[in-house]
Design a protein around this ligand. Structure first.
Ligand SMILES: [Cu+2]
Length: 295
């Protein structure tokens, strides 16, 4: 009986050994594929790596501007002064609205910084809902600055995490760059035009403008290359960008961050924004194709 048990035990041990070896092998296979895909990514990023990095450097600067603006927002939340909190909120929005052109390359940070209630199962009541838009609702909708303080602190942590992501060049490549530019350029007329972007602050125009500035900042390092391929396309991108800015220009005041309330923009004016925005999408798509960058 004991011998049988021992034999059984030995068999079990052998089985475990086989199992463990297999596990080790399969994890080897997994890490091999990991290495291969890392090589593939490296090969991808060698295309236009210089242009990609030039764009990232600009976003690194924007992130460095974002951080103190978020700190000022937190201060204002702590002060209990609603008007000061509103000003600090608006002032703190532009840098990230440029950087979000590459949101696909730092999805967690983007969710933590800038997601709106529809992105969560429980909407605005979801625990995962935080960042700017949670603060926006607490300041503008509920006037509850005290409740917003922990979200102000969380926002600063998320921005620091974003800075880490921007400091690692392996997170970025030309395909994602153009993908991001075109996605955000499309989002403005396809989605943000509905006013969902800044429901409570009514600052959607500030968002459109900074999205376009962010797109242009990432396109600019590629502009000379596009011009070499096709000067007409390069001109089209530049004109379309300028037309986008022009479509919102009447709603801004020199030397002031805040835009006019989006709810005061009529249908005809929105139509002009949509037209300009889609022309920019088309021009950017042509530019991407001219460079042979994968969609
Ligand atoms: Cu955004």
């Amino acid at each position: 009986m004991k011998t049988i048990l021992r034999l059984f035990g030995l068999g079990l041990a052998a089985l475990c050994l086989v199992f463990l070896t297999n596990c080790a092998q399969s994890s080897d296979v997994a890490s091999n594929t990991g290495e291969n895909s890392a090589i593939n990514i490296a090969a991808d990023t060698s295309n236009y790596a210089e242009q990609v990095q030039a764009g990232i450097q600009y976003f690194q600067k924007q992130a460095q501007e974002q951080l103190p603006l978020a700190e000022k927002l937190l201060e204002a939340l702590k002060s209990g002064d609603v008007a000061a909190a509103k000003t600090a909120y608006v002032n703190s929005r532009p840098p990230y609205e440029q950087i979000e052109v590459l949101a696909g390359n730092f999805e967690q940070e983007d969710t933590d910084i800038d997601a709106r209630p529809y992105a969560f199962e429980l909407g605005a009541q979801d625990e995962a809902f935080k960042g700017f838009h949670r603060i926006e609702a607490l300041v503008y909708r509920e006037g509850d600055l005290k409740a917003a303080v922990p979200y102000g602190e969380g926002l600063i942590a998320s921005i620091n995490s974003l800075i880490d992501k921007l400091n690692d060049p392996s997170n970025f490549n030309a395909k994602d760059h153009f993908g991001g530019m075109i996605a955000v350029a499309t989002e403005v007329p396809a989605k943000k035009i509905s006013s969902e972007e800044e429901t409570w602050s009514d600052q959607s125009l500030l968002i459109f403008k900074n999205n376009w500035i962010g797109i242009n900042s990432q396109y600019e390092p590629f502009a000379a290359l596009v011009k070499e391929k096709d000067a007409g396309i390069a001109q089209e991108v530049e004109s379309a960008y300028q037309a986008c800015l022009k479509s919102v220009e009447p709603f801004f005041t020199e030397g002031q961050v805040a835009a006019k309330a989006y709810s005061s923009v009529n249908a005809k004016q929105r139509d002009a924004i949509v037209d300009a925005a889609y022309k920019y999408v088309d021009a950017l798509t042509k530019a991407r194709n001219s460079l042979g960058i994968e969609a």
